[in-house]
Ligand binder design. Structure first.
Ligand code: IMP
Ligand code: MG
Length: 182
């Protein structure tokens, strides 16, 4: 395994903790959707791709995997408007939909997304998020949450800073000087 990059301040969630929690979340999802015909899982690109891949490999219920790509931030850490860059392949009306997202920060992105999908009249709609920042944001519901983390910029396990650090095996705090001096 490669060494910890110098831009990392500290590891907040280890790969072992992630592995265990992802398995627990999948167990819960297996139980909750035990009787549905098919769960339509929507991973939000790019950040959720690793979480989604690990989560879905623990699923024993029938499910389809699809993706949406949204853009709410530019290169760095400043919040902006949400845009759909890529949409799902199927109409969602009547489907049991689970959104899989990497992180909830202000909650704007997930709030926008749940409203958008809700308007397509799915049979049910829930959200699964790896990490949520402890801060005052929008009160958006997360049905399956991996971890609560401090309000700092984090990278790894899909999460990036300007498209870097996504494939670190843990969730780590980025050094403040990396994201505050720009
Ligand atoms: P929100 O709309 O403020 O909740 O932000 C959600 C989106 O911002 C996520 O889908 C991420 O793409 C991005 N984001 C927010 N905080 C972080 C972070 O600490 N690291 C990496 N991406 C983040
Ligand atoms: Mg994201």
């Amino acid at each position: 395994m490669y060494p910890t990059p110098p831009e990392i301040e500290r590891i907040l969630v280890t790969s072992e903790q992630i592995e265990q929690r992802v398995a627990e979340l999948a167990q819960q999802i297996n139980q909750d959707y035990a009787t549905v015909e098919r769960l339509y899982i929507i991973g939000i690109l790019k950040g959720a791709f690793i979480f989604l891949a690990d989560l879905t490999r623990h699923l024993t219920i029938p499910h389809a995997v699809d993706f949406m790509a949204l853009s709410s931030y530019g290169k760095t850490t400043v919040s902006g408007a949400v845009r759909i860059l890529m949409d799902v392949r199927e109409p969602l009306e009547g489907q049991h939909v689970l959104i899989v997202e990497d992180i909830v920060d202000s909650g704007h992105t997930l709030n926008y997304l749940t409203h958008l999908i809700h308007n397509r009249r799915p049979a049910s709609l829930r959200t699964c998020v790896l990490v949520r920042k402890q801060r005052n944001g929008i009160n958006v519901t997360v049905d399956y949450l991996g971890f609560t983390i401090p309000d700092v910029w984090v990278v790894g396990y899909g999460l990036d800073y300007a498209d870097r650090f996504r494939t670190l095996p843990y969730v780590a705090e980025l050094k403040r000087e990396v994201y505050s001096q720009k």
